[in-house]
Design a protein around this ligand. Structure first.
Ligand SMILES: Cc1cc2nc3c(=O)[nH]c(=O)nc-3n(C[C@H](O)[C@H](O)[C@H](O)COP(=O)(O)OP(=O)(O)OC[C@H]3O[C@@H](n4cnc5c(N)ncnc54)[C@H](O)[C@@H]3O)c2cc1C
Length: 557
């Protein structure tokens, strides 16, 4: 049997994931005077999608934008991160976003690197610009320091696998310490849990290099844990049926489209989109935000490849762009380009559309960041009814920290979470993986899952028959994985748990995609080939009831 640490951890607030949302939640919870523990799978100094930096922070600054928030709200919801927002949440976010900008600036993340608030990129000509250009290369280090300064305990290499509930309320969580070769199961007694485990990568085959599982645009170790943990705890998730695809350089998956200052062009150097014909650092080229599938469409039609052309960008702007890319965490790509003699001043760079992943699809939260399970909060990429990437993670992470601390202050004593039957159940499951002698590895299960997701719940076509067939194969795969996968050490066990979490996400995608009988965005149903106006702003939620998925509808707020 897997080793179980006999002494449970006790903390008022447990933050699951030490990314941007997690660290901001921890900092604010600690400021409220409660005990806070961050359980992080990797190391908070260099983990998650913000690991090596970011450079655009969506925010509303009245001195720059004017006192009317409405145009900024509209611009946000029409931007690449818009689409699936409860407006109530977007407004709360915008109202508080500048406070978080000022916090970061004061703590040493340079939010006005050229001395003033500058908004650049992801912008339409003649419209308000909403993305503050900042220098975020040190953001994880700074946030880790600020959390520790307030007494937050950070446990690195402790992925959380489940929350423990009793009578519909959170009382604890289960984690796997992967510090040593042999995994150790740890139980945490707590009053509030905040899930902030980022996006879900590795659900579909990596488009730039199928088979190279970790060549993903967002953090490859963010694998839908928050969504899966919430689902297993019977919380409600929303908008899971809608795939999301990002784009960037061909074959080397990298986010950061808007750090590039150039114009998207066809092989004849003709601009593809209508928004810019000359490079401008203020606007970037918003074509690929608006026309999400531009690179795929150009390729399929034979009119491709499509490139980003920076060869007409002024030298001063090239310098600015390369500096921005360093802050965006794109140093590996810059090194590679230097080694291979790729010079953006001379060479156009081919772009492509990446595989679907989950971001802004997931846990349904209220305005206090609480899920439908009491004491269970969420923020950042795994939230399903609001999304604003780095800024959304920072702002709603902060809100979640406050709410979780308030709840903890109102409760006396801890419940004995370690006595909950879930602990033994999960211990038996993990033991099965580590004690088994022969069988497939997590990698085989991950690849099989990706094939099923791509062929039966992908972005080319979906239909009732395809989805139902996929669901059947998917069920078979899950059962086989549970009964045969072998994990020879802590690392393998962590990866196995990731695949199981991705499978929970897959199940939610299948059942909600079956329910949405229309075509909308990248949810393309051949049996319902049009977008039904009656389903506009009608959202599908999914939760577990008696162990089975239950889908329901709700109106967007
Ligand atoms: C190269 C790049 C550039 C980007 N540029 C921008 C930009 O300029 N502007 C912008 O708005 N957005 C940008 N993004 C997106 C942005 O980084 C993310 O939206 C943001 O980091 C999300 O924050 P988060 O806290 O939700 O998740 P993350 O910061 O990804 O943190 C999630 C954390 O959870 C941990 N974790 C995962 N599973 C578990 C588990 N089971 N238990 C414990 N811990 C776990 C992970 O290790 C990680 O530390 C970029 C992304 C990338 C990859």
């Amino acid at each position: 049997m897997i080793e179980i640490d006999k002494t449970p951890i006790e903390t008022d607030v447990l933050v699951v994931g030490g990314g941007i949302a997690g660290l901001m939640a921890a900092i604010n919870a600690a400021e409220q005077g409660v005990s806070v523990l961050v359980a992080e799978k990797a190391n908070t100094k260099r983990s998650g999608s913000g690991a090596t930096g970011n450079d655009h922070f969506l925010c509303y600054i009245p001195d720059v934008h004017g006192n009317d928030i409405e145009p900024i709200l509209k611009e946000t919801q029409n931007s690449l991160i818009g689409g699936y927002h409860d407006s109530t949440h977007t407004i709360k976010f915008l109202e508080q976003s500048f406070d978080r900008v000022r916090d970061w600036d004061a703590w040493g993340i340079s939010m006005r690197p050229r001395g003033k608030w500058e908004f650049m990129g992801h912008a339409f000509p003649g419209r308000p610009r909403i993305w503050l250009k900042y220098a975020g290369h040190n953001q994880k280090e700074v946030l880790t320091r600020e959390a520790k300064r307030r007494g937050v305990i950070i446990e690195n290499h402790l992925p959380i696998t489940d929350v423990i509930t009793s009578e519909g309320e959170v009382i604890g969580a289960i984690g796997l310490s992967i510090r040593q070769e042999e995994p150790v199961l740890k139980v945490c007694r707590t009053k509030s849990v905040i899930l902030t485990t980022g996006s879900a990568s590795r659900l579909y085959p990596a488009a730039p290099s199928p088979g190279w599982l970790f060549n993903t645009a967002f953090c490859p170790s963010c694998t839908g844990a928050a969504q899966a943990i919430a689902y297993r705890a019977d919380a409600k998730l929303v908008n899971m049926e809608f795939p999301n695809r990002h784009a960037g350089p061909k074959f080397l998956a990298r986010c950061g489209k808007s750090s590039w200052i150039g114009v998207y062009k066809d092989p004849h150097r003709k601009p593809i989109g209508p928004f810019v014909t000359k490079p401008t650092k203020e606007l970037g080229d918003i074509t690929s935000d608006v026309w999400n599938s531009v690179f795929t469409d150009m390729h399929r039609s034979g009119r491709g490849p499509a490139y980003i052309d920076c060869t007409e960008t002024a030298e001063e702007d090239i310098e600015y762009m390369l500096w921005g890319m360093e802050n965006e965490g794109l140093t590996a790509m810059l090194n590679y380009m230097e080694e291979e003699g790729i010079d953006v001043r001379k060479h156009m760079v081919e772009f492509m559309q990446y595989e679907p992943h989950l971001i802004g699809r997931g846990i349904d939260i209220d305005l206090n960041a609480e899920s439908s399970v009491r004491g269970l909060y969420a923020a950042g990429d795994p939230v399903g009814n609001f999304r604003a990437d780095i800024a959304g993670a920072a702002t709603f992470g902060w809100i979640a920290g406050q709410s979780a601390a308030n709840r903890a202050k109102g409760l006396t004593g801890f419940q004995k979470a370690e006595q909950n039957p879930l602990v033994n159940e999960r211990a038996c499951l993990y033991s099965g993986f580590v004690e088994r002698q022969y069988g497939p590895s997590w990698k085989e299960a991950n690849l099989a899952l990706q094939q099923i997701m791509k062929d039966y719940a992908g972005t080319v076509v979906r239909s009732e028959t395809l989805l139902k067939a996929g669901l059947k194969y998917f069920g078979d795969l899950k059962e086989k994985a549970l009964n045969t996968v072998v994990a020879s050490d802590s690392h393998d066990l962590m990866r196995t748990m990731e695949v199981l979490d991705l499978m929970e996400c897959g199940e939610m995608i299948f059942v909600t995609a079956l329910e949405r009988r229309e075509t909308r965005g990248l949810h393309i149903r051949s049996d319902f080939p049009f977008t039904n106006p009656l389903l506009q702003d009608k959202w599908i939620t999914v939760r577990k009831e008696d162990g089975e998925p239950k889908v329901e509808w709700r109106d967007k707020k």
